[in-house]
Write a protein of this length. Sequence first.
Length: 483
Amino acid sequence: MLTRRALSRSLLAPIFLIAASGPSSAGEVEFNGFVATENFLGLSGDERGRWFDFRNGNTAGFKLKAMPSDPVTVSASLEVRNTNFSQTRLITDLWDRDTTDPVSLRLREAYIQVNGFILDGYALSLDVRAGKQIIAWGEADSFNPTNNFDPYDLENPLNFKERLANVALKADLNIGDDLMLLEGVVVPRHLPSLIPVDLLVRGDPLQSPLMPAIDPRLLEQLETLGIWLVPPGLDVVAAPAPEFSAKNIAAGARLKGSFFDFDLSLSYFRGRDLLPAPVLARTRLAGTVAEGCPQAGTSCLVFDGVELAYPRLQVVGFDFRGAIGKVGVWGEVGVVFPEEVATVVEAGMLGTYRLAFIDDTPFAKWTLGAEYTFPGGVFVNAQWVHGFFAERTGHGLHDYLFIDVKKTFLSERLRLELMLGGELDANLGRRALGGFAGLEVGYKPYDGVETVLGCALAAGEERTTFEMFEDLSQAYLKIRADF
């Protein structure tokens, strides 16, 4: 059996051998990569942000691209990552290097692309890509309501640009020498998103955006009877991925073209939501601490289990990108046709309750943005986002404004960047506000390397998204070298 170290060597050795060999007789080989270290220091003082009290991550990334022949391209990217989080629990763990100094291997992408597959003419040509890949639909920056193929990668909860690659088959039919592009995508399996569960739950799953609001009738009945409702522990919340079957295949199509110097596309997606939703909660009455009550002499309703599932949905999308004068503009809208989801709560002798979570009323999410470089080199990027990733009903959408201001000095070796965000929840006549601010200073002492020092702060009123991100207020130091 291969150890982790032996496995790392066996995976990386072929990459270095190929890179050292240079161009091959069949075509060129490109090899590049990076080494990065990240250090985060939490500023909130709240134990819920404990994974950011101090965190260090070290990553070595490698990317290989080769052309066995002119129409064929193969690409693979691999990351070796150490997060410096010791997982030791027992004395025997001290002998296990994987526990004391955990390292993970991550295959980011690995695919083969064949251009001119079967069709290779002026009027029609077909390009096919198969393997682990990022589809990357949409023209907006980070917030893409039309991109429902690529799961979220929120290992860093403040970085919404990252997505996970999934196994997919993509076919591009070029019409009229790139006049129009018809793209079809099939994804045979549903890959769950990587999400910050502790952040979304915040110590009480009943207050999480992943959970429905508790029926007031049940709360009144419990209060009348003097029964406490005990939030479920994460160990009883199950979120299995959908089974691998034909009915769970995700598919979509996109028609893309350029008109009057604007890139436009119309898309359709049919599959499952990137986030799970609760469908069943089993509870029981308890009367002792041993049975789950927080203190002796009380009666309480304890959760024995909560089951989450990934709802079906369809999305019709439209996006554009272009320029009006010297101002770059873009927009993206996704009209969501969701599947109705209700959580069934089995409360024993108190009865069974059905809690509405997602209704089947169509709704729209959108992102509108613009960017401009002012005289003097001040770059400004602004986006209006209607609907965040965890907001999945039309009456639950918040509005966000994100502004990024950037200025470089010393021949672009020194970078100052200010990031601002605001949130407004005007649903049902209620207004709630939230805000975000971040500051970065980046310096490139030499080509290929950058040191970044920054901080991020967030605050919000109750039930806003930025309220959750208060726990992630932090200062950080990042160093990255590319080769």
